[in-house]
Design a protein around this ligand. Structure first.
Ligand code: CA
Length: 466
């Protein structure tokens, strides 16, 4: 089996930056250390260690879980064990090479790496002083249930009457914006500033009598309703939030509305030793099995909302999530924050001491998007005005916590062409709010307004997040 990982890490520097396995986009089960992150953080002067989750890929950054099959030890290593072992080894290497321990230890991860970052805070609170968890696949089992369900809901292609083509999703997206862009945030820029308050009504999408253009069939409209509905178990308990309205168009080409999710098939196939798994039949049976096997899989759910040991140790955690994420619902990260607040009996001022969650309007999965998405979270985002790595260091080392995350959008995403817009993304439960006048691309014309009912997330709320 050919190993197509491409190791080219650079080790140097006096600090100790641990940037552990980061998978991007839909590559959630892949091996290979996150070399791009390692190169980026090395260039900032940190010493870096990564791990491959005990399995390299047969395709570089592929959704490759073949080595999970009949080998649960690999699943556990990928879930958390390889990470912790790499931290222990990395710290020892630093001590040996420099004659002293690293001053501070950090972790950077996004997507599955974001999940692993949360798992480190939950299971190994002593491993890092500061953690950056981006666009995480927290609540992993239910995330995979939800990802796989989308294929069941939408069908494979246009031969299925419930299927929506890209052009159909354009119709949906236009209607989502008509209802939730300017009407909710005051600026018609294609960016829904807070999509969690978008209570989208899909009924307007259905063709009227005699109408054939710019509308959907009744069955397609039902698909849209289903896509924007939460996932529940058989007893009516919420398993996973909806796809965030606004993310649907990109999701139709690069996300959960884009046919069979390879990592879902790999997970429920190889991860559960079921080589005959058929993604078109995914059901509550697999949802239940995944829950039952969470312990076996090394607590891969990573959804433990008790961070009291992490808090007591004085550690700091920054979470962020793009609200136009096509692959992982941004509402899942907000739900985790709410769960921590509820289960640790803390209000937002209490959480502010160790956990800050930033909602990035207009950002896709981990990187890119039509909004102000660059804030130093990866090598492609290093030219933005803000930098989340600097932010976590200032918080850990100087006690200066970030109130906002300044994102930059360059013209054509090319820094040499100048800044198109900037925004100071507020931390939850504050909402980034337009002043009502002035240039909306100027971050200073926006402010952070406290969402007074941020803890309300019951049955009658949309979205339901508890
Ligand atoms: Ca807007």
């Amino acid at each position: 089996m050919e190993d197509s990982c491409k190791p080219n890490p650079i080790y140097r520097g006096q600090g100790f930056w641990l940037t552990l396995f980061r998978a991007t986009d839909n590559k959630g089960l892949s091996g290979c250390p996150a070399y791009d992150d390692m190169i980026y953080t090395s260039s900032l002067g940190f010493s870096v260690v990564g791990d491959n989750g005990r399995h390299n890929n047969t395709e570089y950054l592929g959704m490759d879980a073949q080595q999970f099959l009949n080998n649960n030890e690999v699943v556990i290593d990928w879930s958390y064990r390889a990470r912790h072992a790499a931290v222990v080894a990395g710290k020892q290497v630093i001590k040996t090479n420099y004659g002293q321990a690293a001053s501070y230890n950090y972790m950077l991860g996004c997507s599955n790496g974001g999940r692993q970052a949360l798992q480190s805070a939950q299971m190994f609170p002593d491993d890092f002083d500061g953690i950056i968890s981006g666009s995480s696949t927290n609540d992993f089992n239910h995330h995979m249930d939800w990802s796989g369900r989308m294929y069941v809901l939408t069908g494979a292609d246009s031969s299925d009457s419930k299927f929506l083509s890209y052009d159909d999703w354009v119709i949906v997206h236009d209607e989502v914006l008509a209802q939730c862009d300017e009407p909710l945030d005051g600026v018609a820029d294609g960016i829904i500033e807070d999509s969690t308050i978008c209570d989208f009504n899909a009924t307007k999408l259905t063709c009227a009598d005699g109408q054939t253009d710019g509308c959907l069939t009744y069955e397609q409209t039902s698909t849209v309703w289903n896509v924007f509905s939460q996932l529940y178990d058989q007893d009516g308990n919420l398993l996973y939030p909806r796809l965030a309205p606004g993310a649907e168009l990109y999701a139709s080409t690069n996300g959960v509305l884009h046919g069979v999710q390879g990592h879902v098939t790999d997970w429920f196939g190889d991860g559960f030793n079921n080589t005959s798994f058929d993604p078109s039949t995914l059901s509550q049976t697999e949802y239940t099995l995944a829950d039952d096997d969470d312990e076996l899989h090394g607590k891969v759910s990573s959804f433990n909302s008790d961070l009291s040991a992490f808090q007591a140790a004085g550690k700091k955690l920054i979470m962020y999530h793009g609200l136009m994420d096509p692959a992982v619902s941004a509402e899942a990260s907000q739900r985790y924050y709410l769960n921590v607040a509820r289960d640790m009996d803390l209000d937002h001022t209490g959480l502010d001491e160790f956990l800050r969650f930033f909602r990035i309007s207009g950002m896709y999965h981990c990187t890119g998007g039509i909004g102000a998405w660059a804030f130093g979270q990866n090598i492609n985002a290093q030219n933005g005005t803000g930098n989340v790595i600097t932010d976590i260091m200032n918080w850990v080392e100087n006690g200066e916590a970030p109130d906002t995350m300044t994102g930059t959008k360059f013209v054509n995403d090319d820094p040499t062409q100048g800044v198109q817009m900037e925004r100071h993304h507020c931390r939850f439960p504050y909402r980034t709010t337009y002043s009502g006048s002035g240039d909306s691309t100027d971050a200073d014309n926006w402010s952070c307004e406290l969402i007074n009912d941020w803890q309300e997330c019951g049955v009658y709320n949309v979205p339901r997040l508890c």
